[in-house]
Design a protein around this ligand. Structure first.
Ligand code: A8S
Length: 188
């Protein structure tokens, strides 16, 4: 992503990326950022993203998740992934949970898969979509390029997984947003 929109001005996205998504990839690592526009307000999208203990609420490849101990910075979660992937489990550590800025950072610290030193940041930003409150979501990562793979292959693989997660985050959030709008006030 070069950060330039069609009219040549630096995009809002690239400004947010510069501010909140600084990774410092080494030579043997790859890094990238993905953007998704969701037709649901930030508070609603954040209510899904912030649940470090329940990634299965929107991540389609997660079958089960257990957090060891209290949910706090430094907490570890044990994630089981569905069959058909080149992985079975992942151990992940919560690095940052900012309820004011809507930013979550986690690192993968173990598990049965090929993503070593994976670190990711997801940030949410309010925007107006079709005259309604919407959310600009940015997710970025850095990871080691595994032995026998190229940077491009690694980026392509991780980006494909993140695109699925963001698509599903949009679907779940947009469904909840429609429910919120149609639910009569005395039923809440
Ligand atoms: C996330 C992001 C990623 C998760 C990857 C990239 C993973 O859970 C899957 C397959 C793998 O090969 C690695 O935010 C791993 O969850 C679906 C098990 C870590």
């Amino acid at each position: 992503m070069n950060g330039n929109s069609n009219n040549g001005t630096v995009s809002v996205e690239s400004e947010y990326i510069r501010r909140h998504h600084r990774h410092d990839p080494a030579d043997h690592q790859c890094s990238s950022a993905l953007v998704k526009h969701i037709k649901a307000p930030v508070h609603l999208v954040w209510s899904l993203v912030r649940r470090f203990d329940q990634p299965q609420r929107y991540k389609p490849f997660v079958s089960r998740c257990v957090v060891l101990g209290n949910l706090e910075i430094g907490s570890l979660r044990e994630v089981d992934v569905k069959s058909g992937l080149p992985a079975t489990t992942s151990t992940e550590r919560l690095e940052l949970l900012d309820d004011d800025e809507h930013i979550l950072r986690f690192k993968i610290v173990g598990g049965d898969h090929r993503l070593r030193n994976y670190s990711s940041i997801i940030s949410l930003h309010p925007e107006i979509i079709d005259g309604r409150p919407g959310t600009l979501v940015i997710e970025s990562f850095v990871v080691d390029v595994p032995e026998g793979n190229t940077k491009d292959e690694t980026c392509y693989f991780v980006e494909a997984l993140i695109k699925c997660n963001l698509k599903s985050l949009a679907d779940v959030s947009e469904r909840l947003a429609v429910q919120d709008r149609t639910e009569p006030i005395d039923h809440i």
